[in-house]
Design a protein around this ligand. Structure first.
Ligand SMILES: CC(=O)CC(=O)SCCNC(=O)CCNC(=O)[C@H](O)C(C)(C)COP(=O)(O)OP(=O)(O)OC[C@H]1O[C@@H](n2cnc3c(N)ncnc32)[C@H](O)[C@@H]1OP(=O)(O)O
Length: 403
């Protein structure tokens, strides 16, 4: 059951992450068109090759509720497959496997998966300061009737930072906690970012001491263990084997995926330290016929250092409770014995909303295509990618393989 590895990522485009205050503003439809053109150029394909569209949803809602239809209508696309994916941080992974599945079903040949994540130009009545604050503290809706307002906020679950901190506290109580190992995750990823001019923190080395001395945001998470929200946007093109054969880059075939959504964490999870990435990753590896030890790199969704730690354990790269030892004993940089988040991860690359997770997908593709420049892995044929939405409540995994 599952994918047969007949669809591949063949092209990608990504805006360099920028601070909201200085990032160019673009209408969402304009970003879709621009990212599509860039991804097509990267792939060496034509707009007429595209017959599928997978797009994220919420930011369009002020403009239209019929999101993929609206994009197709205004951009003149002729589609045989259209879909919205709205799974927070696992949207990107979810887009890619849905596109691959639609291609394998014979519904379409080439699918644009696109996540615009720059802010739209301000309207005449909009206050930029208010907008900036809203971007910083986005995450939980306080609107009347929103489930968070009723079931989470009264108990102090304000946004994502406190939720992930609570998971980390629970982990510490069950398995112990080594702040230095957690800091090493951020530091090794920063070492990777120092080779990536596209990363937000390119040119800014980081030490474990600096991480541990940085502001405590939600105990035990320091500010340098938390992603910085930035403006950005990303797209990939997933295509059939036939289309991939005439594309420019070495394709990254989608050979396995898994997705698992669970009770809202931290409020209602039966056990906060056992996350949905476990079942999602098991399915992905089984579908691809691989084991965790078979991959050449892992691009792990890293909204927080604790997200990485739990993914390492639950995806099966090490035993439960052994994550901190694993981190201490491995070099997680692109030169190391466990290359992870070789572009810097979102911690050092920047998190452009739900497009942040696409940075991990694109890095996997870039490494598989042999186009990672200074940080290129000597051997890269199989890559694991994870996505994490909400407070580790919805998660997905992909296995990508070179031809
Ligand atoms: C979406 C899903 O489904 C799953 C997920 O990914 S969950 C994660 C979603 N993302 C978030 O919740 C965002 C988390 N981050 C934050 O809330 C904020 O960055 C924070 C509270 C940690 C820090 O905000 P703050 O203390 O108000 O910092 P702020 O005043 O904005 O900035 C101060 C400085 O620190 C820097 N900074 C801010 N956040 C930073 C971070 N996370 N890492 C490094 N530097 C940061 C700023 O660039 C700024 O530097 P300069 O003075 O040089 O300009």
């Amino acid at each position: 059951m599952g994918l047969k590895g007949q669809a591949a990522i063949v092209g990608a485009a990504q805006y360099r992450p920028e601070k909201y205050a200085t990032a160019p503003r673009m209408f969402h439809l304009e970003q879709v068109a621009d990212l599509a053109a860039r991804a097509l150029q990267d792939a060496g394909l034509q707009a007429s090759d595209l017959d599928g569209l997978v797009i994220n949803g919420p930011q369009f809602h002020e403009a239209s509720v019929f999101v993929p239809a609206m994009a197709a209508e205004y951009l003149g696309m002729r589609l045989n497959f259209a879909e919205v994916v709205d799974l927070g941080g696992t949207t990107s992974v979810g887009m890619v496997w849905r596109a691959a599945a639609a291609i394998e079903l014979g519904l379409c040949q080439a699918v644009l998966c696109v996540l615009p994540a720059r802010m739209a130009p301000l309207g005449p009545d909009e206050d930029p300061a208010w907008m900036a604050r809203a971007m910083r503290f986005g995450g939980h809706s306080t609107a009347f009737g929103a489930p968070e307002a009723e079931f989470d906020l009264p108990y102090g679950h304000m946004g994502q930072n406190t939720g992930y901190a609570m998971i980390a506290q629970r982990y510490a109580a069950r398995y112990g906690y080594d702040p230095a190992a957690m800091a090493k995750i951020a530091v090794d990823q920063r070492t990777n970012a120092l080779t990536n001019p596209e990363a937000m923190f390119f040119g800014k080395p980081l030490s474990a001491e600096e991480v541990l001395a940085s502001k405590m945001v939600a105990d035990p998470l320091h500010v340098l263990e938390i992603v910085m929200p930035v403006a950005g946007g990303a797209a990939v093109i997933v295509a059939s084997k036939e289309v991939a054969a005439r594309a420019r880059n070495r394709p990254a075939f989608v050979t396995g995926f898994g997705e698992h959504l669970a009770f809202k964490s931290p409020s209602y999870a039966a056990e906060m330290t056992e996350t949905p990435i476990g079942p999602a990753s098991r399915r992905a590896f089984e579908m691809a016929g691989l084991k965790p030890g078979d991959v050449d790199a892992a691009q792990i969704y890293d909204c927080y250092t604790i997200t990485v730690l739990l993914t390492l354990e639950d995806a099966g790269f090490c035993e439960k409770g052994e994550g901190m030892r694993f981190v201490r004993e491995h070099d997680l940089t692109w030169r190391g014995n466990f290359p992870m988040n070789t572009h810097g991860g979102q911690l050092s690359f920047g998190q452009a909303g739900s497009a942040g997770g696409m940075s991990q997908v694109i890095e996997a593709f870039t490494q598989l295509a042999g186009r990672a420049g200074d940080r290129q892995l000597k051997r890269c044929d199989r890559v694991y990618v994870s996505g994490t939405g909400g407070v580790m409540s919805e998660q997905g995994a992909l296995i990508l393989q070179g031809a």
